[in-house]
Design a protein around this ligand. Structure first.
Ligand SMILES: [Zn+2]
Length: 204
């Protein structure tokens, strides 16, 4: 296994329409293992093969998941590996803040589907069908399959002015906290605890 360099926006491989995998051979298994290690290292919640320079239709995803029988239990990690994934059904609209490992340091608000059904093959070549609704998995499935079609989330923004720099956001919050501090110290501490949550979420 190896951590591979992640290609950044501007690299032509991110704009290629990735090709279907015809034979799930040892090189594909190696690619999947390397992509999982690269996603963990980043860290991120998903990765498409063209983000590591390989224009083939392979995605890996790992999102935190609650145990439905015990919501208090520590979050499990739900890992999805999909070869030749295809969205077969999607519905609804929701606005989400999104980031991408290929566009580091930024986020932007875009529209995604509420419900997404995807079919594809797992790493053993078995057909799988995944339905995700109103959760991070639904968002990441659309995001990664977009990558395979040469699409980045920033393409959905009306202008690049809508990209939010994560550092800028943090410094704006610092400023706001400083103002709060002057008037109400308890409030400022509450803001400090709440502030990093959005910015800390991994890209994909
Ligand atoms: Zn991405």
């Amino acid at each position: 296994m190896a951590v591979l360099p992640i290609r950044l926006a501007g690299d032509p491989v991110l704009r290629q329409k990735a090709k279907k995998v015809r034979d799930i051979d040892a090189s594909i298994q190696q690619l999947i293992d390397d992509m999982i290690e690269t996603m963990h290292d980043a860290p991120g919640v998903g990765l498409a093969a063209n983000q590591v320079g390989v224009a083939l239709r392979v995605i890996v995803i790992e999102v935190p998941e609650e145990d439905p029988d015990d919501p208090e239990a520590p979050l499990q990690r739900h890992q999805v590996v999909l070869i030749n994934p295809q969205i077969v059904k999607r519905s609804g609209e929701r606005r989400l803040d999104e980031g991408c490992l290929s566009v580091p340091g930024y986020k932007g608000e875009i529209t995604r589907s509420v419900s997404v059904t995807v079919k594809g093959l797992d790493r053993d070549g078995k057909s799988v069908r995944i339905k995700a609704e109103d959760d991070l998995l639904a968002e990441v499935l659309e995001h990664e399959i977009d990558h395979l079609n040469g699409v980045l989330y920033i393409d959905y923004l009306e202008s690049m002015d809508q990209l939010v720099k994560l550092e800028d956001e943090a410094s704006d919050e610092d400023e706001a906290q400083a103002k709060d501090n002057a008037s109400d110290e308890d409030n400022a501490l509450a803001n400090a605890a709440a502030a990093p949550s959005g910015a800390a979420r991994g890209g994909s």
